[in-house]
Design a protein around this ligand. Structure first.
Ligand code: SAM
Length: 243
């Protein structure tokens, strides 16, 4: 999968996506990640990306021109590369482009991101993730460029780069080969509609608190049954909305 992130703050994305599993996913060729500075697509001397809102109001709004230019460039660049690799002469160019690149805008007003959306997006071959700042982006970006607006939760961050890191991490760990053990993602919270059951490791007793006996028993059927019950109990306590 190829992922392009377009942001005013590339450094916010670089460190968290350059460590641990995200770093290894790039080294193993599971993802090709590029983090771009939106100002590279401005054409004026001062690299202006924002302007005052029409109709008045607080703050500044991100201008459409550099965002359209960035996304169209990145989409076309990927299209050219994939056409060179897989020529498909009978299909209209515009249809190919739509299929190949999914354009995502990070926005508190978007669809709330969850494991299901992460799973859907992990099937895409190319994601372009646009990060907002200031009061957000000119609405024509949403109307005419973006496929999906994504929010990482019901709160407002200062910019979309932080949110993009969350989204990329959640998607990449679902890609085959990204995690050490493929089963880890299967057992995770949300994957089967429940939170994960409690987990323990050595020592079997810590400060007088013992690990549940069933986990030490070696009886897999009993362990599975216990985990299922615990997952339901934990979900009922912390996230009854999932049941
Ligand atoms: N005025 C906007 C509103 O009320 O919807 C908020 C703009 S916010 C200060 C600036 C940028 O941060 C947004 O354009 C978006 O890219 C990002 N952002 C903030 N909160 C977010 C969230 N919960 N999920 C995803 N992106 C978020």
């Amino acid at each position: 999968m190829k992922i392009d992130i377009v942001t005013l703050f590339p450094e916010i994305c670089r460190a968290p996506l350059g460590e641990s599993i995200m770093k290894r996913a790039q080294e193993k060729g599971i993802i090709e990640l590029h983090i771009h500075n939106l100002r590279d697509w401005t054409t004026d001397k001062h690299h202006v990306v924002d302007d005052a809102p029409f109709g008045g109001g607080q703050g500044m709004v991100m201008k459409p021109e550099p965002i359209f230019a960035a996304v169209e460039d990145l989409r076309d660049m990927t299209q050219k590369t994939s056409n060179a690799q897989h020529p498909t002469p009978n299909i209209q160019q515009s249809k190919i482009e739509n299929r190949k690149s999914k354009i995502i805008l990070m926005s508190p007003a978007g669809r709330r991101f969850d494991q299901q959306i992460a799973r859907q997006l992990s099937q895409e071959s190319h994601l372009i993730i646009v990060c907002g700042h200031y009061e957000g982006v000119d609405h024509r970006v949403i109307e005419h460029l973006v496929d999906l607006e994504v929010s990482i939760g019901d709160y407002v961050l200062t910019n979309g780069a932080i949110a993009a890191v969350v989204v990329v991490d959640a998607i990449v760990r679902l890609l085959p080969g990204a995690l050490g053990h493929e089963q880890s993602a299967v057992d995770d919270s949300f994957n089967r509609g429940l939170l994960e059951a409690p987990q323990y490791t050595r020592p079997a007793e810590f400060r007088g608190w013992k690990v549940p006996q069933v986990l030490l028993s070696g009886n897999h059927a009993e362990t599975d049954k216990w985990r299922k019950e615990q997952a339901i109990e934990r979900t009922r306590e912390n996230r009854p909305d999932l049941l």
